[in-house]
Design a protein around this ligand. Structure first.
Ligand SMILES: Cc1cc2nc3c(=O)[nH]c(=O)nc-3n(C[C@H](O)[C@H](O)[C@H](O)COP(=O)(O)OP(=O)(O)OC[C@H]3O[C@@H](n4cnc5c(N)ncnc54)[C@H](O)[C@@H]3O)c2cc1C
Length: 588
């Protein structure tokens, strides 16, 4: 591999480089202990030079006075025998500022926006509402989020005697402030009060068997209880989100946050900019320039104008005047929020009250997918191969597909890119909790409607059986009245009140390859029932139109479970026992 590769470094150069390179004498190596901006600039020079990366680092950065390299990397550069310590944040921040113009020149010299993908940052956003969390997680390319779980963390803790939910500024400055707090307090009070009785009921219904450890059992039953109650949490619930992303993705995210109708989200964008400026300033600086502001304005104006136009063309989205199509299960969905309020009850009981409708698929999918499978292995055009495949029998096509997919031993054995040749569009009406979970998928298109109370809510059947549905409903009904009341004056802000149990409508367009991933992952036993049922339904509907294409979706789980987490917790207990056995435990 390295026949035509050489690296000639003096001993002194080797010493200088050693802290920053994982090896000095092989053609494959990694960078370490370098600030993001240096790595970005280094890589951008790489593509325009015949030198090796080590040579560029030595000649153009370490030895170039204008790069302020020693200042930027602090002790590491000054004393390479010392432990690899990063300079204090402030010092490093100042050094980065000083050297900025140098690195900017290198980066700009490259002339392509993609250079901003060469540096990344971890950012923690704490105490943000679910509205803001969803705005962050709406990013797809280049951002990896992780959010505090509603399954493992009870949202009961108060700070200074107050529940942790977002006090939205325009509501708090309005005559609705008192009502807003009373409603959200009531939701959190109900959530808190129901935990113990529901946990007792869950444990009574599914007693621990001898093969299950106490730890696994307690965790699984607690998770089940919190899953059942999450519907009471409003969109204002404060959460923590950690993001890792590259500079380019962050820059775009900052622009989108600045375009948000929510003041909280705009303020969050400004705070994120301040922090990113300390880590990857060169990569995100355009977000705060006039150009960034214009971009945000462009996005915001387009969204507002389109909304106005849609209202003009379609009228106010009042389900009373445009009832939804009844579902096969005979659900009463589509009754207006007004009627629903008048009726004073929930419309939907049980997790099956979501509707999943396959609204678009490609009738030529099979031909296209099979042609795409053959394409890389011939020298024919795609059109010629499609013509050939059209003449094949179903048996022949099935053979090609199963050869391509091979023996899948787990869901991680994913079919290849030929499965990206065809798309499915689903229109989904399901509870907000399910939306929050499925929205986390990125390799697809998802567009939602407003968070509202118009489509009624879902009461898990278990709450009925445990005789605990009444306080649950009462808190949700009260929240609906408050949402409607506030939305008369403050429609955007009113969305903070909407609890996760309420249903919303959104659209998912995904290719067959992502459908395999989403359906198999989201139908798995440990998943939440509200999205498991959506994944199962997606499988059923794709199977109905393209049976040959989903014939290899072996890891879809169509069963129903009473204690979803139990198998996973048991497996964890077994792994933990092995660890305890193999690794001597510290005695406290
Ligand atoms: C049981 C369960 C519990 C969960 N609990 C939590 C939780 O507590 N907190 C939380 O925040 N999330 C949680 N999630 C969500 C999870 O972290 C993922 O965000 C979500 O499942 C989307 O999956 P994905 O990234 O595989 O899929 P997609 O985003 O649809 O991506 C499809 C595939 O593309 C590839 N891909 C996509 N983007 C990237 C990228 N940036 N880098 C590398 N590869 C990429 C991966 O191979 C990925 O599997 C949970 C999910 C499940 C199923």
């Amino acid at each position: 591999m390295a026949d035509f590769w050489e690296e000639s470094l003096t001993e002194q150069e080797g010493c200088l480089l050693q802290p920053f390179i994982t090896n000095l004498d092989r053609p494959v190596f990694g960078l370490r202990n370098l600030p993001e901006v240096v790595k970005g600039a280094l890589f951008s020079r790489y593509s325009r030079s015949d030198k090796s990366l080590r040579r560029i680092l030595i000649d153009e950065f370490i030895k170039a006075p204008e790069a302020s390299f020693a200042n930027i990397v602090g002790e590491v550069a000054n004393n390479n025998t010392a432990p690899l310590v990063s300079p204090p944040i402030e010092e490093s921040g100042v050094a980065i500022q000083r050297a900025m113009s140098f690195y900017d020149r290198v980066l700009i010299g490259y002339g392509d926006d993609s250079v901003a993908e060469l540096g990344g940052a971890h950012i923690a956003c704490e105490g943000i509402s679910n509205i803001a969390a969803k705005a962050l997680e709406n990013s797809r390319l280049g951002i990896s989020p992780l959010e505090k779980s509603t399954r493992y963390v009870p949202f009961t803790r108060k700070i200074n005697g107050r529940y942790r939910y977002y006090r939205e500024s325009s509501i708090m400055a309005s005559s609705h402030a008192e009502r807003y707090e009373a409603t959200l307090d009531h939701l959190f009070d109900t959530y808190t009060a129901l935990i113990d009785p529901l946990l007792n009921w869950v444990q009574a219904r599914t007693p621990r068997d001898t093969t299950t450890s106490e730890r696994a059992y307690n965790n699984a039953t607690k998770a089940k209880t919190l899953d059942l109650l999450r519907g009471l949490l409003p969109m204002a619930t404060l959460t923590n989100v950690g993001l890792f992303g590259n500079g380019r993705a962050f820059e775009y995210l900052l622009v989108k946050l600045a375009a948000s109708p929510h003041e909280e989200v705009r303020a969050l964008g400004i705070s994120m900019q301040q922090e990113l400026d300390q880590i990857i300033p060169s990569f995100v600086k355009r977000a705060k320039t006039e150009r960034g502001a214009q971009y945000a304005q462009y996005l915001r104006t387009n969204c507002e104008r389109t909304e106005l136009l849609a209202q003009k063309l379609l009228g106010q989205s009042d389900p009373a005047s445009t009832p939804d199509t009844p579902t096969p299960g005979g659900s009463t969905e589509g009754t207006s929020a007004r009627n629903w309020l008048l009726n004073g009850g929930d419309l939907h009981t049980g997790v099956s009250s979501s509707t999943v409708q396959l609204v678009e698929y490609d009738p030529d999918a099979e031909v296209k997918v099979v042609a795409a499978i053959l394409y890389p292995h011939t020298d024919l055009t795609f059109e010629q191969i499609k013509e050939y495949v059209t003449g094949l029998s179903t048996t022949e096509r099935v053979e090609i597909i199963s050869t391509y997919v091979g023996e899948r031993e787990s869901r991680f054995h994913r079919p290849g890119r030929a499965f990206e040749e065809t798309y499915y569009t689903f229109d989904i009406l399901a509870d907000l909790g399910a939306y929050r979970d499925l929205h986390r998928h990125r390799v697809l298109t998802q567009e939602r409607q407003h968070y509202s109370v118009r489509h009624g809510y879902v009461v898990p059947i278990e709450l009925e059986e445990a005789n605990l549905a009444q306080p649950y409903r009462k808190a949700l009904d009260y929240a609906a009245e408050t949402t409607e009341l506030i939305s008369l004056d403050l429609p955007d802000a009113a969305q903070y009140v909407v609890p996760f149990a309420y249903r919303m409508r959104w659209r998912i367009k995904l290719n067959l390859r992502e459908a395999y991933h989403l359906v198999e992952l989201r139908s798995s036993r440990q998943g939440h029932p509200s999205y498991r049922i959506i994944a199962q339904e997606m499988h059923r509907q794709i199977s109905a139109v393209h049976p040959t294409l989903v014939a290899n979706m072996h890891f879809v789980d169509l069963n129903d479970y009473t204690l979803e987490r139990l198998a996973a917790e048991n497996a964890y207990s077994k792994r933990a026992m092995i660890l305890e056995r193999d690794i001597p435990q510290r005695k406290e």
